[in-house]
Design a protein around this ligand. Structure first.
Ligand SMILES: Cc1cc2nc3c(=O)[nH]c(=O)nc-3n(C[C@H](O)[C@H](O)[C@H](O)COP(=O)(O)OP(=O)(O)OC[C@H]3O[C@@H](n4cnc5c(N)ncnc54)[C@H](O)[C@@H]3O)c2cc1C
Length: 375
């Protein structure tokens, strides 16, 4: 296929949202191209706990997490800054698998399904043509397609160049992640508060423990760097002390991202159909962004298939996608925003843990509010 071929769909970004869209649409016989700025496999800042609600759906795409060694998550532990904690059985459960493995496996399925990949190049600009769009890249290539899906994740050069409103806002939050060798139960996902943030732990398919946290960026500066902050601030929570004083990091370098943004974004902008975090993100670790990204891709790809079959026009596709996205995810995102207030503050986190200990009947409903039903 020549570089000037007009594709049916061009997807910007090959994370979970981009890859699920690619698999669905390629399997439906559409001519799909995906531009991803990195090459697989690679690690990503992510808590790596996936709600079970999407397990059946990813299986239908050809990916069984447990065949790839995912650990089944059955219990959740929440601790306050001082370390008092509560355990809850997860109503639906989840699985834990590294993004290194998850994204790689979906990439291989998308390739087998016929998606054309452009790797190690970055989509920078999207221009409207008389019919369709032209996307140009950092390496000077350009590709034409009838529809464009923006699955570029939380924050990307493409958002900047499109002048998306959220890009200018300073969020003040950073995400840090590393895998460790350490002693941690196989079926547990834990969320430990510390002053200015919260940290998630779960074992992944390698047997290593993923340790990923969200922190006010000002804390990194205040403590003079990530390592010092982990030893002096995060370790004040007794559950995190052994992690940063005894456990052995597996990565050469910890992964870090800044400007993590949680407010509502536009779902369709300039005709580009946003998918995954590019459309909106739930507070990490308080909810399940990956399940949302995967579920939203299912909704979008189903509408795109109807569009190419001639069942709906482009306006209906856009309107129906926005309506459906809000219908499925808005209340969950708002609930995540509310729960976010419980995290990272000494008083509020201990009240939340104390409340859940005193009122055990509240535990499962609280978890359910940020999770969805099986897709
Ligand atoms: C600290 C933290 C912890 C989290 N923990 C959890 C958790 O435990 N469970 C959970 O369910 N969710 C969690 N999330 C949320 C979850 O990571 C996201 O919701 C999920 O990754 C969204 O997938 P996506 O495909 O939209 O984006 P991504 O996975 O970020 O994929 C976007 C892709 O686009 C590529 N890209 C970006 N710009 C361009 C460009 N211009 N051209 C080409 N490629 C581009 C990137 O390289 C990337 O591969 C967490 C998030 C954070 C920040």
């Amino acid at each position: 296929m020549s570089l000037n071929t007009k594709y049916d769909v061009l997807i910007i970004g090959g994370g979970l949202a981009g890859l699920c869209n690619a698999i669905e649409l390629s399997k439906a016989g559409l001519n799909v191209i995906l531009v991803e700025k990195k090459s697989y496999p690679f690690h990503k800042v992510c808590g790596e706990y996936v709600s079970m609600e999407v397990a059946g759906y990813v299986k239908s795409l050809g990916f069984d997490p447990f065949e790839h060694g995912a650990k089944a998550m059955k219990r959740f532990q929440l601790s306050s800054i001082k370390g008092s904690s509560v355990f809850v059985d997860l109503p639906l459960g989840g699985f834990s698998i590294s993004r290194y493995q998850f994204d790689l496996a979906l990439y291989e399925i998308a390739q087998e399904s016929g998606t054309t990949f452009v790797l190690e190049d970055e989509a920078q600009k999207v221009e409207h043509l008389e019919q369709g769009y032209e996307v140009s890249t950092k390496k000077g290539k350009s590709y034409q397609a009838e529809l464009v899906i923006g699955a570029q994740g939380k924050r990307s050069i493409i958002d900047k160049n499109m002048k998306r409103a959220f890009f200018k806002e300073q969020t003040g939050y950073s995400g840090i992640k590393c895998h460790y060798e350490g002693d941690f139960p196989e079926d547990l996902v834990a969320l430990h508060n510390f002053k200015g943030g919260y940290c998630g732990l779960s074992q992944v398919e390698t047997g290593h423990v993923n340790v990923c946290y969200l922190v006010k960026t000002s804390k990194i500066k205040e403590f003079g760097g990530i390592d010092k902050m982990e030893k002096e601030l995060l370790s004040q929570n007794p559950h995190l002390h052994p992690v940063f004083h005894q456990w052995k990091p597996v990565f050469e370098k910890k992964l870090a991202i800044s400007q993590v943004y949680f407010k509502q974004k536009t779902i369709v902008e300039d005709g580009i159909l946003m998918s995954g975090d590019a459309a909106g993100m739930i507070y990490p670790l308080a909810g399940n962004g990956m399940a949302m990204a995967i579920h939203a891709a299912k909704i979008l790809s189903s509408l795109i298939k109807s569009y190419f079959k001639g069942d709906i026009d482009i306006k209906t596709l856009e309107q129906e996608y926005e309506r459906s996205w809000k219908n499925h995810f808005s209340s969950r995102v708002n609930m995540g925003r509310l729960f976010q207030r419980f995290f990272g503050s000494p008083l509020v986190s201990s009240t939340a843990v104390g409340g859940m200990r005193l009122l055990p009947f509240l535990r499962k409903p609280v978890i359910k509010m940020t999770h969805g039903k099986p897709v």
